[in-house]
Design a protein around this ligand. Sequence first.
Ligand code: PEP
Length: 251
Amino acid sequence: MRKRIVAGNWKMNTSQSEGIELVKSVIEKSIAVPKAIELVIIPPFTHLNEIVKYAKGTSLNVGAQNCAEWSKGAYTGEVSASMIKSVGATYVIIGHSERREYFKEDNRLLFRKIKEALSNDLIPIYCCGEKLDERESGKYFDVVEQQISESLFELSHEQMQKIVIAYEPVWAIGTGKNATSQQAQDMHAFIRATIAKKFSKEIADNVSILYGGSCKPSNAEEIFARPDVDGGLIGGASLVADDFIAIAQSF
Ligand code: PEP
């Protein structure tokens, strides 16, 4: 059975002390979440080491929001996958739309980052999703297919089994306007079929595909009820412990 995951991307929010208070609150409330749901906290880099310490011995997993495409060297300001691994984090987001948009990260660069993450034993959460004009012009399946094929199709079968995918329509991120559960289901099923065609049905059936984009307690239940939706990548609502936990309880 596929893993069901609810991951909170804090983006560039919280001071370290605010982050610690937030994670303590999430840990305290997480006892209300069934063990079968995997919770992941994804704070800014500066908080990773400390948050991992708080998460130790709890059911919480910790991830980073990005990693470098290189393993080490003279790349001022970059953080490598091995550094992330060395503080005890286990996940890394690759290809968030904000990285694609503001830092011009493209599918081929993201492929290199995914390989770097995998060779350091991190689980990549690979983000894909169309922009508003691509949704409106009806090109959304083509856009997502290209994001999947250019970043994932050169992985081995074994590597592909370690990938988590997040479908995040850009028009839904931080806008308060979520995709309908039908729009999410249609795209998740399409992504799964695309993976099945290239790799195998078994691999596709086992890949967790999360939905992201204005997911909140009021809409999570309907979205998570869809058969190809295996959880959520949560932005704004993950900064409020009660909301994050309520979303995780929505399965
Ligand atoms: C995100 O940034 O991954 C995200 C889904 O943000 P929000 O939940 O705030 O739309």
